[in-house]
Unconditional design. Structure first.
Length: 85
């Protein structure tokens, strides 16, 4: 079974980097500054997190720091899940 990090990385690769070299895509790779994710991409990520991890869309603040890297997205999902429990 894959980890949350693997699942989030897989989503980013499939949706934003399909067919591109992803060897530099570490958990701390800056998705926003690098241009991988733009404002529309943020909306797509928020929509995915809401549906895939049962996080109410109203509970997802649109702050870039939550989505800047795979590590930040994973931390956000883990915190949201803890808060819901």
């Amino acid at each position: 079974m894959s980890t949350l990090t693997d699942e989030i990385r897989g989503y980013v690769v499939t949706e934003f980097l399909d067919g591109e070299d992803t060897s530099d895509l570490t958990t701390e790779f800056d998705l926003i500054d690098s241009g991988v994710v733009d404002s529309l991409g943020l909306v797509r990520i928020v929509s995915h997190l809401s549906s895939a991890y049962a996080i109410p869309i109203d509970d997802i603040p649109l702050k870039p720091e939550h989505f800047r890297s795979i590590g930040a997205i994973v931390a956000f999902v883990e915190n949201a899940n803890r808060a819901a429990a």
